[in-house]
Design a protein around this ligand. Structure first.
Ligand code: ZN
Length: 85
């Protein structure tokens, strides 16, 4: 089992650390990808991207490699398989 990188999407430090491929912090998770508001503002880019960039390690993290956490708990329980065992 591959361990996932926990990203607290409402946390300021994590916001600085994890950015879209073009270095923006204005991204949001979608069901299977990510979406960046600033990228979407460009005519030639739709804003959807598949790998989050970790500025600390330089790693690129696909959607299924990260565990997104909000203030009220996991962002997507089904993707993370955290239902009752
Ligand atoms: Zn962007």
């Amino acid at each position: 089992m591959v361990s996932k990188e926990v990203v607290r999407i409402e946390d300021r430090q994590d916001r600085w650390r994890y950015v879209c491929p073009r270095g923006h912090r204005s991204w949001e998770p979608t069901n299977h990808h990510f979406w960046c508001q600033k990228c979407a503002a460009h005519d030639d880019v739709d804003g959807v991207f598949e790998e989050l960039s970790d500025r600390k390690t330089g790693a690129l993290l696909a959607r299924d490699r990260v565990r997104l956490v909000t203030q009220v708990g996991p962002y997507d329980r089904d993707l993370d398989g955290e239902g009752p065992a």
